[in-house]
Design a protein around this ligand. Structure first.
Ligand SMILES: Nc1nc2c(ncn2[C@@H]2O[C@H](COP(=O)(O)OP(=O)(O)OP(=O)(O)O)[C@@H](O)[C@H]2O)c(=O)[nH]1
Ligand SMILES: [Mg+2]
Length: 237
């Protein structure tokens, strides 16, 4: 059984079709991790759970919201169940469920499989040029600093063998957002996990409003270099 964990915050227009598209693949289940979305996504998820008994589970988080936190809670709950494979997927259609079969198949030879935007050049639709450059740069930077060889370290579309996921110190992961994804991958790599990648075409969200800014990424990736540059410029002349 494959469990697909989908964190949501204000995805009411995306969730019903997305869940149906996931469940169209045999042997899949969905866990929605909602952070009390003001738009009522949580109730829509509950209705889907009624519509698909035993195949949709909903976690209503309370307390501080956050994507990283939601993943930690959702993946922990997922590990309590009996899924052999546990996937992570955004709820805004950027991660098309049509790639699930290829990712699931690749788990035959990898401990974790990334739905990768950067295997054949750049496969991103609807991103402004500066965001593509930023993301590509960030990935090179991450590879150089961490020793990871993965082409797309910041993709949130992933499929884990449960044993590989269970080895991660999920409760110790501190970062949120993209850094959370990199940290998870790095911890898996350190534990000897075989990391695979399957090409996907990433399409920027169809509906709704983005909640994560590229600024977060920009900041965490550029700051060390900016400081270095500044200290060079300010060296005594
Ligand atoms: N549970 C939960 N989910 C969140 C939160 N913030 C974002 N999400 C969900 O996480 C997924 C990714 O969020 P996005 O806002 O699309 O972030 P992104 O894809 O990095 O940014 P864009 O490219 O601008 O869409 C979506 O399914 C969101 O609904 C949060 O605080 N809590
Ligand atoms: Mg998105």
């Amino acid at each position: 059984m494959v469990l697909v964990v989908i964190p949501t915050y204000n995805e009411k227009d995306n969730l019903p079709d997305l869940v149906r598209a996931v469940l169209a693949h045999d042997g899949t289940r969905v866990m929605v991790v909602d952070d009390q979305s003001p738009d009522g996504t949580g109730q829509i998820a509950d209705a889907l759970a009624v519509e698909f008994p035993g195949r949709v589970d909903v976690m209503h988080r309370t307390g501080p919201r956050g994507l990283g936190r939601s993943y930690v809670d959702g993946l922990r709950r997922a590990l309590e169940g009996d899924a052999a494979l546990i996937c992570q997927m955004d709820g805004d259609w950027s991660h098309d469920p049509k790639y699930l079969p290829a990712m699931i198949a690749a788990c035959g030879t990898s401990d974790v499989v990334i739905g990768s935007r950067y295997l054949n050049g750049v496969s991103v639709v609807n991103w402004p040029l500066q965001r593509i450059i930023l993301s590509a740069f960030a990935n090179r930077y991450i590879r150089a600093v961490t020793g990871l060889r993965t082409m797309d370290c910041t993709s949130g579309y992933r499929c884990w063998r449960r044993e590989a996921l269970a080895k991660l110190p999920l409760d110790k992961v501190v970062s949120d957002g993209y850094a959370f994804l990199v940290e998870m991958l790095f911890e898996a790599h350190r534990r000897g996990a075989q990391i695979g990648e399957v090409p996907i075409i990433f399409v920027e969200r169809r509906q709704g409003v983005s909640k994560l800014s590229g600024g977060v990424l920009l900041e965490s990736c550029l700051t060390p270099w900016r400081l270095r540059l500044r200290s060079l410029r300010r060296s005594p002349s």
